[in-house]
Design a protein around this ligand. Structure first.
Ligand code: SAM
Length: 238
């Protein structure tokens, strides 16, 4: 029998839930729980929380318009793979890059990708600030996603460099962040971005509401951004 939390959650989000998706999510969960004992990947340690706070939360970005698009997508500060890897598990058409500055987490993700036999996934170990200046990655992505990495003004300097002109950055934020958003507007403008939408979505089977801030890259970014590693956090753009 299929996992009821995930099945009903997918239904609520309007996404198709298949045996193949369930199989992949199960393998991923078992590896996550096993490796979490050896290296620190996530504070979430039981099955139900993984289904809701990792899997369903990650995939709420998907909807009828984007659930099967074939786009280049990067997850900055992916940690244990969230939200990027569940997005790829549900939409295998994505060409996904997962970036994190912690080597052990990238090693763990390599194992998961091998076990799940996922194609078109690239792993990068390093700082977003460094890769954002690398012409191989700079302004090459249709979509950038990121969850729980930094406040929006700092995060925009880490993420917007990867987004191509006309592409989008989706920041997974909590419900009450109106001050964070207003405090980030001028930084986003300096970085060539514009907030075009904020989506409030309840995570199915929970009382948590996620806010996704969608920023479009409307102007090519000045070469000075991102500044060198550590500077966006130490001297956030105002
Ligand atoms: N996104 C995951 C999630 O929501 O479960 C992980 C969140 S964790 C709190 C933040 C992650 O961002 C860590 O794995 C950390 O190594 C990574 N990180 C923070 N700053 C970074 C940077 N400048 N470049 C690359 N990775 C960064």
């Amino acid at each position: 029998m299929q996992n009821q939390i995930l099945k009903s959650g997918f239904e609520e989000l309007g996404l198709e839930y298949t045996d193949e998706i369930e199989k992949k999510f199960n393998i991923y969960k078992d590896l996550l729980l096993e490796w979490n004992k050896k290296i620190n990947i996530t504070r979430i340690e039981n099955d139900e929380e993984i289904y809701i706070k990792h899997y369903l939360d990650s995939v709420i970005f998907l909807n009828n318009n984007n659930k099967s698009i074939d786009k280049k997508i990067i997850d900055v500060g992916t940690g244990g793979g969230f939200p990027g890897l569940p997005l790829k598990i549900v939409n295998d058409n994505f060409k996904l890059t997962l970036l994190d500055s912690l080597r052990k987490r990238i090693d763990f993700l390599q194992l998961v990708i091998d076990e799940l036999k996922l194609k078109n996934v690239e792993l990068i170990h390093g700082r977003a600030e460094d890769f954002g200046q690398d012409t191989k990655y700079r302004e090459k992505y249709d979509i950038c996603v990121s969850r729980a990495v930094a406040p929006l003004n700092v995060l925009s300097e880490l993420c917007l460099p990867f987004v191509k002109l006309g592409g989008h950055f989706a920041a997974y934020k909590s419900e009450n962040i109106s001050e964070e958003i207003s405090g980030a507007k001028s930084a986003i403008e300096k970085l060539g971005g514009k907030i075009i939408d904020t989506k409030l979505i309840k995570i199915p089977n929970s009382d948590i509401t996620r806010k996704i801030v969608i920023i479009e890259k409307i102007k090519q970014m000045e070469k000075i951004y991102p500044r060198k590693a550590g500077t966006p956090e130490k001297k956030p753009l105002l």
